[in-house]
Design a protein around this ligand. Structure first.
Ligand code: C5P
Length: 318
């Protein structure tokens, strides 16, 4: 396809880790009310949107970064980036002719919201390519229709999420944290993990408790990784461990290696370890990586910004 100025836009959107994930009872619409604290990671997906000929529709290809297994990512209309482009086109009345390329760095089905980052980056890239100029508020509304974590991937940084996770309030913190992520071979499906939690909790409905959120917010304000490590908590962890019991050993290995905190990331199966410094994160990654094949341990600083157009490939003249 010939490239002309303004014919392609690349946007970047971050993966996330949940510092806290409290899960309340199942709602009538099948979702669960949650109270979560998201933190965006300097580990991101890049989505390039290229103009395509009239009638082409929306297509997608995926280029995995080294060490990432992207074989489970669908290339049809169920791909979240494709759904994002089509939703934006429908909302703004433009033709949805675009070819998307996802440069995938975030583990698939890992509990780190890689698919949500794809949707967020596709919204931002197509909004710039098509000059539909919806802006963050309207894009966030579209994002919430695509997935509960998409609004956060648009906003980034650190935020409290309520509702099903799509209602965001930023957390003011200047502290930076260093994370290590230990990946698991097979992904876990988010609906399956929530369903397992419902099964385990059959006779004790989930509760959303204010003190746990206070502890995380205090730790974020202090910037002390030991305080944050102690405050990390995830109600989905019990369900993820029930479906993937081998993760117990990973959590224990992380703690034994000196992590300030160890928790299953989101719905898992990735395990997040909090380090006390960037150098400590590299040490932890080396230690945890020793028994694992290449690419199974990632290091990422946080927080990171939300979805944005990358300067270097901005559409012509804007
Ligand atoms: O909205 P999203 O696509 O991220 O959610 C995937 C699935 O995870 C939902 O269909 C639902 O089964 C489960 N979920 C939930 N409660 C939430 C978020 C997700 O039960 N707050």
């Amino acid at each position: 396809m010939p490239r002309t100025p303004g014919a392609a836009v690349t946007a970047r959107a971050p993966a996330k880790v949940n510092l806290l994930l409290e899960v309340g009872p199942r709602r009538d619409d099948g979702y669960h009310d949650i109270v979560t604290v998201f933190q965006a990671l300097a580990l991101a997906e890049d989505v390039t949107a290229e103009r395509a000929a009239p009638g082409h529709g929306t297509t997608v290809r995926v280029r995995p970064r080294p060490g990432v297994d992207a074989s489970a990512v669908p290339l049809d209309g169920t791909n979240l980036a494709v759904r994002a482009a089509r939703l934006l086109a429908e909302r703004t009345g433009v033709p949805d002719d675009v070819h998307l390329t996802i440069d995938k760095a975030v583990p698939v089905a890992g509990g780190m919201a890689g698919g949500s980052a794809d949707a967020a980056a596709a919204l931002v890239a197509c909004d710039a390519l098509w000059q539909t100029r919806l802006g963050l508020t309207a894009l966030t509304e579209l994002g919430a229709q695509l997935g509960s974590d998409v609004p956060f991937a648009l906003h980034g940084r650190t935020a409290v999420g309520t509702g099903r996770g799509e209602q965001l309030a930023p957390v003011m913190t200047t502290a930076r944290f260093s994370w290590v992520f230990v990946l698991a071979g097979d992904g876990l499906s988010t609906p399956a993990v929530y369903a397992e939690l419902d099964r385990l909790r059959a006779d004790r409905p989930g509760r959303l408790e204010e003190p746990r959120l206070d502890a995380v917010e205090r730790a974020l304000r202090s910037g002390d990784p030991l305080a944050l490590g102690a405050a990390l908590d995830n109600d989905l962890q019990e369900a993820a461990l029930s479906l993937a019991p081998q993760l117990v050993a990973t959590l224990e290995a992380g703690r034994a290696a000196g992590a300030a905190g160890a928790v299953v990331s989101g719905s898992g199966p990735t395990v997040a370890l909090l380090a006390t410094s960037p150098a400590h994160a590299r040490e932890l990654a080396a230690e945890l990586g020793r028994d694992r094949p290449g690419g199974a341990v990632l290091v990422a600083d946080a927080p990171a910004p939300g979805a944005r157009v990358l300067e270097a490939v901005r559409a012509g003249g804007e």
